[in-house]
Design a protein around this ligand. Structure first.
Ligand code: S3P
Length: 426
């Protein structure tokens, strides 16, 4: 599908975003292995989180869905059934990596595969710890999907993450649910802690002190009532759009502001963005608030070390803001971008160049000088949702209409994106 994006003057209005993708996956997986019923409101409408529901259903879990409301009839830690065929994780790295932790603890074997993009993503990072726990895993070339996970009686491990990855951390903690004793994960760089928070909401004992996370195995997980906050990574596209177009003012309601994600706001504000946070509350341990963003020119910034890890999903859209900023954007320590849904350093650079933007690419980052103008161009998502949305935002600031090829990729996390963008530019 080709989406044509016309230049916009300013974005104005109020929006409420679909539920956070990261939190939705975790709630669905944990509700499935909890005892009793869980009702989840504002479940992510993206295809990735539908892949997780599909996989849980295939493992014998009864799930009712009515739009963004999902009811999961948990089967308990021992209740999953062998699937009739391979599970399909679609485009979703979170589904395959986190669910593998649960599959490793089963008394049966499961094959899990995904689309072409997912089939190129590295799985060695979960295979190593899960094999240390006692599972056996077959993978294409030893490291790519499809994975066949031969479940086993797992033993707890004490594992230091070699890459900053919340998916890997979650995979190990979810496997730890099936162990007798304490599983420990050490993270050198903090990553999003939605799994730790969700595990507690379902009744597990999880401690997290100074980057050391411990989980007591075989907890009694209990179904509960949950509300998924709006996705801050989806909000990022509108925060940047408002920062590009003078006169913009957007209110975004009920956004997830977990401190392991909200460094985005601090980074934007440090560079001069006008973002106000109001109506703070908490639900099931997750912080929620409303955002009000108004146009103000951005000075630019440097992303490196732990800040890069904290903002990893927002870097494509930040590259766009960087080009329009006063001083530009420098990104370092971002080798992980090369193994996302696409090689995001390559795909963002290609689209920026098509718009006439200068960028200097490095192996683990890039530098975009500031004060640049976006020219109308034919752009491509290359099948990556965040690239599709980042460059739709860039197109709003271009000197003519832009075509986004493979625009449908946005529906992986945010099917309502183009419609919402249009409603704000009307
Ligand atoms: C996610 C973790 C991050 C992020 C992804 C979602 C999660 O991936 O990029 O979009 O929900 O835990 P990594 O764990 O590979 O860093």
């Amino acid at each position: 599908m080709v989406e044509i994006i016309h230049p916009a003057r300013a974005l104005q209005g109020e929006i409420r975003l679909p539920g956070d993708k990261s939190i939705s996956h975790r709630y669905a997986m944990l509700a499935s292995v909890a005892e009793g019923k869980t009702r989840i409101l504002n479940y992510s409408t993206g295809a990735d989180c539908a892949s997780t529901l599909g996989a849980m259903r295939a493992l014998g879990v009864e799930i009712e869905r009515n739009g963004a409301e999902v009811v999961i009839h948990g089967v308990g830690l021992e209740g999953l059934k062998p699937a009739a065929g391979p599970l399909d994780a679609g485009n979703s790295g979170s589904t395959i990596r986190m669910l593998s932790g649960i599959l490793a603890g089963q008394s049966f074997s499961t094959t899990i595969s995904g689309d072409e993009s997912l089939s190129r993503r590295p799985m060695g990072r979960i295979i190593t710890p899960l094999e240390q726990m006692g599972a056996r895993i077959e993978a294409r070339e030893g490291k790519f999907p499809p994975l066949t996970i031969h479940g086993a009686k797992l033993r707890p491990i004490d594992y230091t993450l070699p890459v900053a990855s919340a998916q890997v951390k979650s995979c190990i903690l979810f496997a730890g649910l099936f162990c007798e004793g304490v599983t420990t994960v050490r993270e050198p760089v903090p990553t999003r802690d939605h799994s730790e928070i969700a595990l507690r909401a379902f009744g597990a004992e999880v401690e997290s002190i100074g980057g050391v996370i411990t989980l007591e195995g075989r907890p009694a997980l209990k179904g509960c009532e949950l509300y998924v906050p709006g996705d801050l990574s989806s909000a990022a596209f509108f925060l940047v759009a408002a920062g590009l177009l003078p006169g913009s003012r957007i209110g975004i309601q009920a956004v997830g502001l977990n401190p392991t994600r909200s460094a985005l706001l601090d980074f934007l504000i440090a560079g001069g963005s006008s973002i106000k946070v109001v109506n703070l509350s908490q639900h099931a341990g997750e912080v929620i608030g409303d955002l009000v963003v108004e146009y103000r020119p951005w000075r630019g910034g440097v992303l490196e070390k732990s800040l890069t890890a904290a903002l990893i999903d927002e870097i494509p859209v930040l590259s766009v803001l960087g080009a329009a900023s006063r001083d530009g954007l420098i990104v370092r320590d971002a080798a992980e971008l090369r193994v996302k849904e696409t090689d995001r350093i390559a795909t963002l650079a290609e689209n920026l160049k098509r718009m006439g933007i200068q960028i200097e690419v490095r192996e683990d980052g890039f530098e975009v000088p500031g004060k640049q103008k976006f020219h109308a161009a034919k752009l491509d998502s290359f099948g990556d949702h965040r690239i599709a949305m980042a460059f739709s935002v860039a197109a709003l600031a271009a000197d003519g209409p832009c075509e986004i090829e493979n625009a449908e990729a946005a529906s992986v996390s945010f099917p309502e994106f183009y419609q919402m963008l249009r409603s704000l530019s009307a």
